[in-house]
Structures are given as C-alpha cells and as structure tokens.
Design a protein around this ligand. Structure first.
Ligand SMILES: [Zn+2]
Ligand SMILES: [Zn+2]
Length: 264
C-alpha cells in the first residue's frame, strides 16, 4: 500500500469516513447530501492535488534553497538528528514537532486579522462532516508548509516518514470533522477528536474560534490553556459571528479574503 500517492490515500480515507458516517452518525438528522457538499468535494480534490503537487514542489524548492544556504553558512549539521533512526522514531518525532508548529500557525490564523480573512473560509462550515476538513483557502497550505518544513530540515530522516505523518494527519483531520459518534475516552487529553473540534467551530461567544487550536494532538491546548470542551452539550450553531458575508461557492470564497473588509 505504501506506493499509493497522497491523492489516492486521500480518496481512500474519505471513503472510509463517508461509510463511518452512515454507520454511526453523531447528528442523525444531518442529511448526507447537505448544502455545499459538492463545493467541499471540489475543495478536497483541489486542495488535495494542490497539497501533493504544487505545495510539494514549492516546499521542496524552499527546503532545498534553505538547506544550501545553511550548509554554505556552516549552520547545518552534516547528519540530520533523525538520520539512521527507525521509521517509528522518525514518524513520532515528525508528528509531535510538526503538530506543535501547526498549532502555533493555527493560532496565528485566528489572531492575525489578515490571516483570519483566509481562515474564515474553513470556519464558514455550518454542517460538519469529513468533507469539511478540506474546505480551506489554498493560501493556508503555503503558510503552513513554508513554516513547517524549514525547522524539519535539521532533523533529516527519510521522506517516507514524513509522508506517513502527512497521511496520518489527513486521517485524523477527517476524523475531527466527521459526523461520527465516536469518543476516545481519556485519550482525548492527548489526541483531538470530533466532539472537541466541534467547539473550535462554535459560532457563539461561548467557545468558538478562540479555543481548541489542535490539529492531531489536543495536548497543546490542555498545556497552554486554550482547551474548551463542555462534555454535556454541543455548540448551538457552527460558523463565525456575522458569517453571512461568506459567499457559497468556491471561486468566490477564494476571492473573499482579498475583497472583504477585515472584521473579527
Ligand atoms: Zn476545522
Ligand atoms: Zn480555526
């Protein structure tokens, strides 16, 4: 299976969660063919492809240039810290480090008004399911990946470990957004989950966009005081305050950050 491309993995994981939502839905009244589903599937293919091909090439170029620059300045160790380590060790270190960096970037997406305009696209989801995981502006990929890969240069290690972490993170991202009634018990203090991530999409002042920045791991939110998870209820409305300014189709959503007036 390891020879599957990223896009093939993405489609496989998507089919898995589409089936899981039919078998064990958290919100049974939510129709599978919900509004904007086709729009989100277009995002899935566009962002999945963009991630795998365009972002891969861009990040590869940035990483190579940075690596050469650092090597010339004698700032790069001859061997990466993870070179020669087992696949499991490399993957675990990549996962923990990249997830923490993404937690930091996700904070910036909410706290820097210019970036929040882009991230609003993801927060315009009103009915949550696995397909919503890929509703985000492609600029997010550029921001995340550029900031992510440069520190990883020092680690070295095999590209296969990085690829495995990317697939695992996609699986967990789908899980976080999926309409599935699956709890993970005490593991919820370490790993993110659908019930916790739902509160990140809360449109009210209660929890909402100021809490739960975790991607795969919820650990960072519990460590840094940004966790918010009332266990006895779910958010009343998903979205962000005054989200009726968001267009409903992908082309206009792509243009939205550049055309809309910045607001919280
Ligand atoms: Zn989300
Ligand atoms: Zn967010």
């Amino acid at each position: 299976m390891s020879h599957l491309s990223y896009l093939q993995w993405l489609l496989l994981v998507s089919a898995l969660f589409a089936a899981a939502e039919r078998l064990r839905p958290a919100r049974a009244a939510q129709p599978p063919l919900r509004p904007q589903l086709w729009n989100d599937l277009a995002y899935l293919l566009f962002n999945g492809h963009f991630y795998a091909v365009v972002a891969g090439a861009w990040v590869g170029a940035v990483a190579l240039t940075t690596r050469e620059g650092l090597a010339r300045a004698a700032l790069l160790p001859e061997h990466g810290l993870l070179d020669g380590r087992s696949f499991a060790v490399q993957a675990a270190v990549y996962l923990i480090l990249s997830d923490f960096l993404q937690w930091c970037v996700h904070n910036l997406l909410h706290r820097v008004p210019f970036l929040w305009q882009f991230h609003k696209v993801h927060h315009s989801i009103h009915q949550m399911d696995w397909a919503g995981n890929f509703r985000f502006h492609w600029v997010e990929i550029v921001v995340y990946r550029s900031l992510l890969y440069v520190p990883l240069l020092w680690l070295g290690g095999a590209p296969e470990s990085l690829f495995a972490v990317a697939v695992f993170a996609t699986f967990w991202g789908h899980f976080n957004h999926a309409n599935v009634d699956v709890g993970i018990g005490p593991l919820g203090y370490v790993f993110n989950s659908p019930r916790m991530h739902l509160w990140h999409h809360d449109a009210s002042d209660e929890g909402g966009t100021a809490k739960n920045y975790g991607i795969v791991l919820s650990l960072w939110d519990f460590l840094f005081g940004t966790a918010y998870w009332p266990r006895d209820r779910a958010p009343l409305r998903l979205g962000y305050p005054k989200d009726d300014d968001m267009p409903r189709d992908m082309p206009r959503q792509m243009a939205f950050p550049l055309t809309a007036r910045p607001s919280r």
